[in-house]
Structures are given as structure tokens and as C-alpha cells.
Ligand binder design. Structure first.
Ligand code: ACM
Length: 747
């Protein structure tokens, strides 16, 4: 093991010195960056080998093994021989620590075992990424947020005890302190409950699994039985292992939705008559727990077995994505709603959650629920996990409830991290590392006195498209470094983070981990829609330039931030060139049409989450790709009916109009109900020239074309009607559908 680390350090110092840069990394290589680093590289005499004696309250196999595998530090048998002095300082806040390095000694102060652990890890990271001699001076550090979580869905795919331990090791290395273990799903129940053996025999197994993406048509399956579960003994082992790393495990037992596996094992838990089978594809199922006494007795029994396994204060009860179809169709539910004075099925969900909360509170635990638990009234002591955006979190904090922020657009590590077509299959979306890094978990709209209710944030790792641990490494390890700094560090600076990231990435690679490398992938900023020619620019890490070819012919290279006009239609290829590595080529097929020089306005505008490079993204000459609705091309409208106006600045004649719409109903993205195109000479009086209702397609993209005869005018207007409310039984039922569109092409 030691040789891997040595190799990593060698590689890294080579790369840095080869590029003529300093060997000293910002924050001496520590991720997340400490609050205060007042240290200077050592010049004079210094420790050239660190011997460390771990006192009892600091000693555990995790830190011992980290020390044993780090060059330059070793365990000593007694305090007399230790170069490290330990001091407990109860004035330091929970998890805070101080490291003071002098010529001869290292002093570590902390007020808790977590604080000591964080200090040792910072020291280890300095040794790994900076090396001996250690710099001299002081580090003072403490976390910004008390809750720093990473989630893992083991329902869609099952991850072994060894995998989970690797995850926990990674978490501890980056100072995360809560492991949200998503244990039950439609596609598998993964925790042994002794009173209900059919959970192990039936609910833990599915007969087969969907192949490819949920949105692929027709859907196909692999025909292979799949499953697994953790015995209670294994759960205790994981909880112990986590505790040794100062990580609290938050178990999630989903209710009332995402419960098909349990219902397949015990059909009396459903509202219908069955038969039920464990889910074989992703998404949302209509069969959910029925709020009858059998279900409550079952769930209370489950909680009775869960509580002694998990010493932490939280039990997560899910609460998300619970379709109300089964409850609407159930005479029992309708009768119950009358009896309890519940005005609708949302109130019934609130009744369900509140009743379970009371039971769980009586056991001395607190519930966490996804933000849907706000609908129909928030259970009195619940902590809310805000995932569909920040609105749920803001509402809950305004009601003085604690909130953990996990909005999809910053926290969903199952999303794509690059626009490259070479990316392995993912659920969709687009969440590059720099977007994670620039997130602030405290919403600006929250009044100052309510901000304290945001106790932290969390990276969510849903595994529909993550069947093994290597892909976890790929999807998670890079972005979770960025997230650790969001949740821990007071001062963030992406330019300071990047070289530390590269150093850590080399380390993980040397250990064999499949860490993604997207920092040299290009993210284009294409400007259009302002009446000027289309321009493109990129920012790339310092020292890099961008090669450019057009239809196979080499063109002038670009500097970082330099804007160039796109003057020719055709295949443009851009590649980062850097001494530390080049990125994957970015291929953009530009089709310059009448629209690419127009002025554009869109009312109401796209959601800030999916606003591309501004409204001009839909007339920039580049079509959105078929797999990803995130990224810089597609504009996404959350439930609104956009009116798009183009001003060509002069009267033009057209005979061809094409618009593209993305369809991914699994991700709540629907085709529009209606599109109308009209023209005007004065920008006031518009005349309809084309239109369509009921667009249908079996593909992921609907390509809508009009061929108006001899149309002309200076202004063109598209009036687009969103699909409306998503029907029951579909993903996102009850919400207004998203509308995604990209290029409007005009000839
Ligand atoms: C969720 O992503 N359904 C919480």
C-alpha cells in the first residue's frame, strides 16, 4: 500500500515540477480547505519522520491504518517517543481542531474524538500531498455545517459490506459525518427484519432488471434474478465501522411510497388485491403502503428492530414520490379520510407520516423526510431534506424546522458530470464539479434569523444506473471532494481547489479507484440571441490553450476566455491542450441559419436551473444532444408556457422552421400540448402562420417542422403550451410538467 502512495507523490511532484509550478499546494493539499492556515514551508531543521503515539481516545483501527499506509509517519509505542502531543480542549467547538507544527513537535488540540480524527486526517493529507518536511505554523479548523452527508441507495443495486466500508473510508477522509443509507426500495428491501422473514426471502430479490435507460423504448430486461440484503449482524458491523470514523448512520425506511418490494412480500400492506412483484424497472410505482392497521403494525415492528441497530438520533422515513392513485381507488382510504377529517390524499400522507413520527419520537428518535412531507402539513418535529429544489427547505426553515439541503441541481451525483458523448449511462441531468463547488446550501431568500435551521447538505447517490462500486467511484469521488469543501470550508476558492483536487485524484488513481477526470473537458459558452454573430469561448485551467479545427482543418488555437466568432457551418472540434493532460475533444456541429443572428426574448424565461447560456442557446446553431437535458443547450421551463420572440432586424422570407423538444417522462419532461408560430412586421400585430397540437414521438426528441409558404416579416413568435399537470401513475404526478426545447432552426 505504501508504495502506491509513494508512487502517487512521485507522480504528482513530477507533474508539478515539470510544468514549472511551485511544489506547495494551496492549503498544503488539504481537502476540505481548513478555515485558517498560517504555515510556512520549512527551511531549517525539522522533523524528518513523524512518530505518533495514539492515546486511547484517539486510537482506532481506522486512524492506525491510515498512519501505517502514509509515508513519513509511523506509530510509536509510547508517548515519550511521540513527536505528536495531544491536548483535549473543551473550549473548542464540536469537531474543531488545531494543529501546531514547530521544528521538533506537533501539537494537536481538539474537544472531541471527531476533532482529533479531523486533525489526524489533515496531517495525513499534508504528508501525502505536501510531504516532509512539514510546513511550520498553525492550522485552526472547524466545519461550517454540522450535518455533512453522503447518501447511498442500496435498493436499486446492492452494495456489499466491503463496498459500504470503502464508502465510509472515503467519507471520513473528506470529513463527512452522516451516512444516509437508503435501505428499502421498490426494487429491493435490503435490511433483515427478523419478525418478517419474507422481507429476506421475497422482498430482497427481483426476478430481473431493466437494461439501458428507463426512457429507452421498448424497454428490455436482463432475465437475471438479482438481490441481496444485510443481516442485522452486518448492519451492526457497518454502524460500528462508521462510528469508528465518527460517522453517524441515518437509516432510511421508505414510506408510504417506494414500498413495492415489501408489499410483494406481504400483499396485505397494499391497498389493492395484487398480485404484486418486486420492481424490475426504475421510476415510481402506484402500489404504495395502505394506511391500514396492518401496515402501521408492520412498520412499527420494523422500527422496533431498527431503533436498537442505529444509535444516531435520526431515522429517515422517506415520504417522497408517493402516488395517490391506490389511495384514491381504495374505499378503505376514502372512508379513513372521512373519519379522520382529511381533506385530500395529501392530508392522508401527512396523517401517515405524523402517525409514524409520533411512534418514532416515542422511541427517542427524530424523523427526517424528503420535502414532500410538507404537503398536507408538516409533522411536528420533522427535519426536512429538500431535494426537488430549495423551496421545500425554505418553507420548512420558515416554520422553524431543521433542514438538510440536497437540491437536485447541486447534489445529485447520479447526474452526468460532462457533456461529452463518451460518458457512461446516467439518469440524465448535468452536474459538473464546478457547479457543485459553487453551491451555497443556505438560500439567499431565507431571512437571516431562519438561516440557522439549515443544518447542512448532502450528496445523493441514486443507483439506478450505478450497478457496481467502480461506477460509484466514477460518479462520486471527484464531485464529493468539491462537496466536502462546500459543507466544511468557510472560504471557498475554485482556483485553489483545482490543484489540490488533481493531487487527490492522482492518489485515488494510484490506489486503483476509478475517479472521473473532467476538469480538462471543455464547457462551451456560446453567445447568441443578441443580434450579433454567434461567438464561442471556454475557460480552462491556467496554462492550457484550446485547439480548434473546422471540418478537419486546423484553425487558430484559442486562449482561455478568448471569444471567437463562428463564421462557418460545419463540424468544429475543440480540445484542451495542457502539459498536465488534455481533455476529451468537444465536437460541435454548427448549422448557421437565419435565427442565429436574431435578437431573442423569452417570456417567462427558462428556469435558472436549465437556462443554458441564456435565451440565445436555442438559436446558437447547435442542437442539444439526445441523452442529456442538462448542459448548455436545452432550455428547461418548469410548468410555464413560454412565448419566444425573434427579431431579425429586417424583413426576411422563410419557408422552413424546425424546433426540437426533449421527451423524458421519467424525468418529468413532457412534449408541449401546442405550438403556434406567428409573424409580424411591426412587433405588435402578429399573424398566425403555422401551428400544431398533440405532438407525438417514440423518440427522446420530437423534431417539429413547419414549411410555411412564402412567410415573411421582421418578427417571429412561438407561443408554446406546456403539457400541464403530470397525470397519476407517472413520475412526478401532480406537478406541472417540464418543457425542454433547443434549437429553433429557420431557413
Ligand atoms: C428523491 O430523489 N426521490 C428523493
Amino acid at each position: 500500500m505504501k508504495s502506491f502512495f509513494t508512487l502517487a507523490i512521485f507522480l504528482f511532484s513530477y507533474i508539478f515540477s515539470a510544468s514549472g509550478q511551485s511544489n506547495v499546494l494551496p492549503s498544503f493539499g488539504i481537502i476540505p480547505a481548513p478555515e485558517l492556515v498560517n504555515m510556512q514551508p520549512t527551511k531549517g531543521p525539522s522533523l524528518n519522520r513523524i512518530r505518533v503515539f495514539l492515546p486511547l481516545e484517539v486510537r482506532n483501527p481506522f486512524l492506525e491504518s491510515l498512519i501505517q499506509t502514509t509515508p513519513g509517519i509511523e506509530i510509536s509505542a509510547s508517548l515519550d517517543q511521540s513527536d505528536v502531543d495531544w491536548k483535549r480542549d473543551n473550549k473548542l467547538s464540536s469537531e474543531a481542531y488545531l494543529i501546531k507544527v514547530t521544528k521538533k513537535k506537533i501539537l494537536i488540540k481538539a474537544g472531541s474524538s471527531a476533532g482529533f480524527q479531523h486533525a489526524v486526517i489533515s496531517l495525513i493529507q499534508m504528508l501525502t500531498h505536501h510531504g516532509l518536511p512539514l510546513p511550520q505554523g498553525i492550522i485552526e479548523d472547524r466545519p461550517t455545517f454540522a450535518y455533512r452527508g453522503m447518501h447511498l441507495d442500496v435498493g436499486r443495486y446492492f452494495f456489499s459490506v466491503e463496498d459500504v466500508k470503502k464508502y465510509l473510508d472515503y467519507m471520513a477522509y473528506y470529513k463527512y459525518n452522516h451516512f444516509h443509507w437508503h435501505l428499502t426500495e421498490d426494487q429491493g428491501w435490503r435490511i433483515e427484519i427478523k419478525k418478517y422473514p419474507r422481507l429476506q426471502e421475497v422482498a430482497a430479490w427481483r426476478k430481473e432488471t431493466l437494461v439501458g435507460h428507463y426512457n429507452d423504448q421498448p424497454q428490455t430486461f436482463d432475465g437475471k434474478k438479482y438481490g441481496g440484503y444485510y443481516s442485522q449482524e452486518e448492519v451492526r458491523e457497518i454502524v460500528r465501522y462508521a462510528a469508528e470514523r465518527n460517522i453517524t448512520v441515518v437509516p432510511e425506511i421508505e414510506m408510504p411510497g417506494h414500498a413495492l418490494a415489501a408489499i410483494a412480500a406481504y400483499p396485505e400492506l397494499g391497498c389493492g388485491s395484487g398480485p404484486y412483484e418486486v420492481g424490475t424497472k426504475w421510476g415510481i410505482y402506484d402500489d404504495v403502503f395502505c394506511p391500514n392497521e396492518t401496515t402501521f403494525a408492520f412498520l412499527e415492528d420494523v422500527i422496533d428492530e431498527i431503533v436498537p441497530l442505529f444509535p444516531g438520533k435520526y431515522i429517515h422515513i422517506g415520504g417522497d414520490e408517493c402516488p395517490k392513485t391506490a389511495w384514491k381507488n381504495s374505499p378503505f382510504c376514502q372512508e379513513l379520510m372521512k373519519k379522520e377529517g382529511l381533506k385530500d390524499e395529501h392530508a392522508l400522507q401527512s396523517y401517515f407520516i405524523t402517525r409514524m413520527e409520533k411512534y418514532i419520537n416515542a422511541k427517542g428518535k427524530q424523523i427526517i423526510g424528503w420535502d414532500e412531507i410538507l404537503e398536507g402539513g408538516l409533522a411536528p418535529n420533522a427535519t426536512v431534506m429538500s431535494w426537488r429544489g430549495i423551496e421545500g427547505g425554505v418553507a420548512a426553515a420558515n416554520e422553524n424546522h431543521e433542514v438538510i439541503m440536497t437540491p437536485t441541481s447541486f447534489c445529485y451525483f447520479d447526474y452526468y458530470q460532462s457533456e461529452s458523448p463518451d460518458e457512461p449511462l446516467a439518469i440524465g441531468g448535468y452536474l459538473p464539479m464546478d457547479q457543485v463547488y459553487h453551491w451555497n446550501p443556505v438560500p439567499e431568500s431565507l431571512p437571516v434569523d431562519k438561516q440557522k435551521y439549515i443544518i447542512g447538505g448532502q450528496a445523493n447517490v441514486w443507483t439506478e444506473y450505478i450497478p457496481d462500486y467502480s461506477k460509484i467511484e466514477y460518479m462520486v469521488y471527484a464531485r464529493a471532494m468539491a462537496m466536502s469543501e462546500v459543507l466544511w470550508s468557510k472560504k471557498k476558492d475554485y482556483a485553489s481547489f483545482l490543484p489540490r483536487f488533481v493531487s487527490h485524484q492522482q492518489l485515488w488513481k494510484a490506489k486503483g479507484a476509478n475517479v472521473a477526470n473532467h476538469i480538462y473537458d471543455l464547457k462551451p459558452v456560446i453567445k447568441a440571441g443578441d443580434g450579433k454573430p454567434v461567438r464561442i469561448s471556454f475557460s480552462v485551467p491556467q496554462g492550457a490553450s484550446i485547439a480548434h479545427s473546422i471540418n478537419g482543418r486546423e484553425d487558430k488555437a484559442l486562449a482561455s476566455g478568448e471569444e471567437v466568432r463562428i463564421e462557418h457551418s460545419g463540424n468544429h472540434i475543440f480540445t484542451t491542450m495542457h502539459s498536465k493532460g488534455s481533455g476529451r475533444p468537444l465536437e460541435l456541429l454548427f448549422d448557421l441559419h437565419y435565427g442565429t443572428g436574431a435578437d431573442i426574448s423569452i417570456n417567462p424565461g427558462p428556469s435558472p436551473k436549465y437556462s443554458g447560456n441564456g435565451p440565445g442557446s436555442i438559436i446558437n446553431g447547435v442542437k442539444g444532444t439526445i441523452e442529456k437535458y442538462g448542459g448548455t443547450e436545452w432550455l428547461g421551463f418548469e410548468g410555464t408556457d413560454p412565448v419566444i420572440t425573434l427579431d431579425f432586424k429586417k424583413d426576411l422570407n422563410f419557408n422552413y422552421i424546425e424546433t426540437l423538444f426533449f421527451k423524458a417522462e421519467g424525468q418529468w419532461i413532457y412534449l408541449p400540448r401546442e405550438i403556434e408560430v406567428s409573424m409580424s412586421d411591426d412587433g405588435v400585430n402578429y399573424k398566425r402562420i403555422a401551428g400544431i397540437k398533440n405532438i407525438g414521438t417514440h423518440d427522446k426528441i420530437a423534431d417539429v417542422r413547419f414549411t410555411p409558404h412564402q412567410a415573411h416579416g421582421r418578427y417571429m413568435r412561438f407561443t408554446i403550451k406546456n403539457y400541464g399537470v403530470i397525470p397519476e401513475g407517472k413520475q412526478g404526478a401532480g406537478h406541472r410538467a417540464w418543457l425542454f426545447m433547443d434549437e429553433i432552426i429557420i431557413y
